[in-house]
Design a protein around this ligand. Structure first.
Ligand code: GDG
Length: 483
């Protein structure tokens, strides 16, 4: 029986060694949830890096890791510290990540990083080939593995290969600046189906394929020698039921059993009944527009001083890629901005920005979503942005307002949000005021429309639409071969 193999940089597990004892936890991230049914299906497997480098696994314990992973239908690609530094932090996160998010000045094109990227993609290919049966379906995820489709195609033309990119695909003008643009494009073209979050990313990819490789395109189908490759958009959704259910559960719990932060918010709300909460949540990443958001919030308080003492920006910034220098710089800039604004504007009773630099347990995250009157999500560039959809899912009374950057892929679906250009502080400030003053009926009519869409196109639907489309490309190939 054919199976589906999922491939991503990281396996959906968290491993740690306590001396020589291995602890294994399944991760419940968006991708793991979306892949649940694909992974559970038949003898489906997931291939990726375990999260522990070869050096971190105690001598003689590698088989223990392998066995534990096998129990979870996972197979690991062994990566060394060198691989991690050069393939992951290097080429993936210092070249591809900034380039694909239009941060061209941040890109570092280093030959050693590129060599390591190729080498690690080959390591992945070897392990996939060793585990793939005749005619299996392969679903590869994200920018760390752009070369993998072609590496598999060369050795195993019998496989049906799908690839999904979780970040934007940039315009040809950006992509062409990469010294290894031909190899990257060829790598992707090894797939039968290329999936993106939005139609614009598909358009950029197709334009790149025609201009760099001179390929012929009809609608969204690219002719490549004997093969036809389909590029299409599949906007990723969330596990709506999980977030909505958790929010309902939250409201049933007595206040004193809620998180510490929530208890503080509640007691603050009791003391200052007209105080409103604006929420932002993201990884500490320069694409997320954190400094701009803080400056826009400061501008809002200057422009509408009647809101001083009445609103707070609760900003959860989750540590990310802390050993990459651009991320360290961003952290310093954020610390300074928050410090400066709080120092300048705070009173004994009021702190304008509540800033948390840490990750929080799921329940605390739900507490934050539920407690907020407005979500302010203003990335400079974002493939999709799932936080926006999670906020929508937790509004059990369909109140609250989402202020969302038009540069997030999610903006293409979430028309009823207040869409803003994150660089236009005037517009962000006016939208915040509009959001805070929006009548309940308007909040609800916007939110209900958003909830309908986000609940319908959930993560399960996303993965099944992709697999269905991939299956169709396989059927076309089989028919053509039969003719
Ligand atoms: C990439 C693309 C695309 C955040 N803080 C905590 C926490 N989170 C969870 C959120 C959400 C997820 O992390 C973040 O997802 P995003 O989509 O917002 O952003 P990226 O991490 O940049 O993801 C993005 C995505 O891939 C999927 O294709 O949408 O554009 O950049 O689920 O809830 N979870 C917990 N504690 C936290 O402190 N438990």
């Amino acid at each position: 029986m054919n199976k589906t193999i999922i491939i991503s940089n990281r396996l959906p597990v968290d491993l740690s060694f306590n001396d020589i004892t291995l602890n294994v936890k399944s991760s419940v991230g968006g991708l793991a949830t979306g892949m649940k049914s694909v992974h559970a299906d038949g003898n489906g497997i997931w291939i990726g890096w375990s999260g522990l480098t070869e050096e971190e696994i105690p001598a003689g314990r590698h088989h223990v890791v392998d066995e534990a992973l096998r129990g979870k239908k996972c197979i690991r690609v062994p990566l060394t510290q060198y691989d991690l530094d050069n393939y992951y932090y290097g080429f993936s996160n210092k070249a591809l990540w900034p380039l694909f998010h239009y941060f061209q000045a941040y890109t570092e094109f280093e030959l050693v990083h590129w060599e390591s990227y190729k080498e690690v993609n080959r390591k992945f290919a070897d392990i996939v080939i060793a585990n793939a049966g005749q005619g299996d379906t392969i679903w590869i995820h994200d920018y760390q593995l752009l070369l993998l489709p072609q590496l598999l195609r060369e050795k195993r033309p019998d496989l049906t290969i799908g690839f999904f990119l979780h970040i934007p695909f940039p315009s040809y003008e950006l992509f062409r600046t990469c010294p290894w643009r031909d190899e990257l494009l060829q790598g992707m073209l090894g797939a039968d189906l290329l999936g993106f979050h939005t139609y614009d990313y598909v358009r950029h990819f197709i334009s790149t394929a025609t201009r760099i490789a001179g390929l012929e395109v009809r609608f969204n189908e690219i002719t490549y020698g004997e093969r036809t490759i389909k590029a299409d958009f599949f906007p990723m959704g969330i596990d709506y039921g999980r977030y909505h259910g958790a929010a309902i559960e939250h409201e049933r719990r007595p206040v004193n059993s809620r998180s510490e932060i929530m208890q503080n918010i509640e007691s603050h709300n009791i003391s200052y009944a007209d105080s409103r909460l604006i929420l932002s949540i993201d990884r500490m990443d320069y694409t997320k527009g954190i400094p701009n958001r803080i400056k826009a919030f400061e501008y809002f308080l200057e422009k509408y001083p009647e809101y001083k003492g009445k609103v707070r920006l609760v900003m959860l910034s989750v540590p990310s890629r802390e050993n990459v220098s651009q991320y360290q710089k961003l952290k310093r800039e954020t610390d300074e901005l928050v410090g400066r604004i709080n120092g300048r504007l705070a009173t004994i009773n009021w702190t304008p920005i509540w800033y948390f630099y840490r990750s929080m347990p799921f329940d605390d995250l739900i507490d934050l979503y539920v407690a907020s009157d407005v979500a302010l999500i203003t990335p400079i560039r974002d493939g999709m942005n799932l936080v926006a959809k999670e906020y929508i899912a937790t509004r059990t009374k369909s109140d609250g307002v989402l202020v969302l950057s038009e540069m997030a892929g999610a903006a293409k679906e979430l028309h009823e949000a207040l869409l803003v250009n994150p660089n236009n502080f005037e517009q962000v400030a006016d939208s915040l005021k509009y959001a805070l003053e929006m009548p309940l009926a308007e909040q609800q009519s916007r939110m209900e429309a958003l909830q309908k869409r986000v609940s319908r196109y959930d993560v399960e639907r996303w993965s099944s639409a992709f697999i269905k489309s991939l299956q169709e490309t396989k059927d076309v190939v089989t028919q053509t071969q039969a003719v």
